[in-house]
Design a protein around this ligand. Structure first.
Ligand SMILES: [Zn+2]
Length: 121
């Protein structure tokens, strides 16, 4: 096979691969951005949790939508909400967490917890 034919063949293969993986790569980047957004929101507390929205005057009550016992803060949701205990145990192997323990674990777990509780939706 001549050099030009090999080059043309490689261009066609590369184009085919690019077209084939494009939807997956866009979906992957979208999911990565969604995960990163959830992590940043939960760490900073600037998110759709009720405590923050109450501070902004968007909701009348800051109480947790899951248990109703405490203010719905990122700390409460991730570390101590009794209604989310089963998710916490599955992800962190503990029913209650200290913030330091959360930060020692992979950050994707915060995004997974937020996703499973649907509190950031
Ligand atoms: Zn709660």
């Amino acid at each position: 096979m001549g050099r030009k034919i090999k080059w043309l063949y490689q261009c066609i293969v590369d184009a085919f691969i690019s077209v084939a993986i494009y939807p997956f790569s866009v979906k992957f980047l979208h999911n990565e951005m969604k995960t990163l957004k959830a992590i940043v929101e939960m760490i900073t507390g600037h998110c759709r949790l009720r405590k923050h929205h109450h501070t902004l005057g968007k909701v009348s009550e800051p109480d947790c939508r899951k248990c109703g016992m405490e203010e719905e803060t990122a700390h409460h949701v991730v570390c101590e909400c009794p209604a989310i205990k089963s998710i916490r145990v599955r992800l962190y192997w503990k029913p209650l967490l200290l913030p330091e323990e959360v930060m020692e674990e992979p950050l994707w777990k915060i995004a997974r917890l937020a996703s499973e509780t649907e509190l950031l939706n």
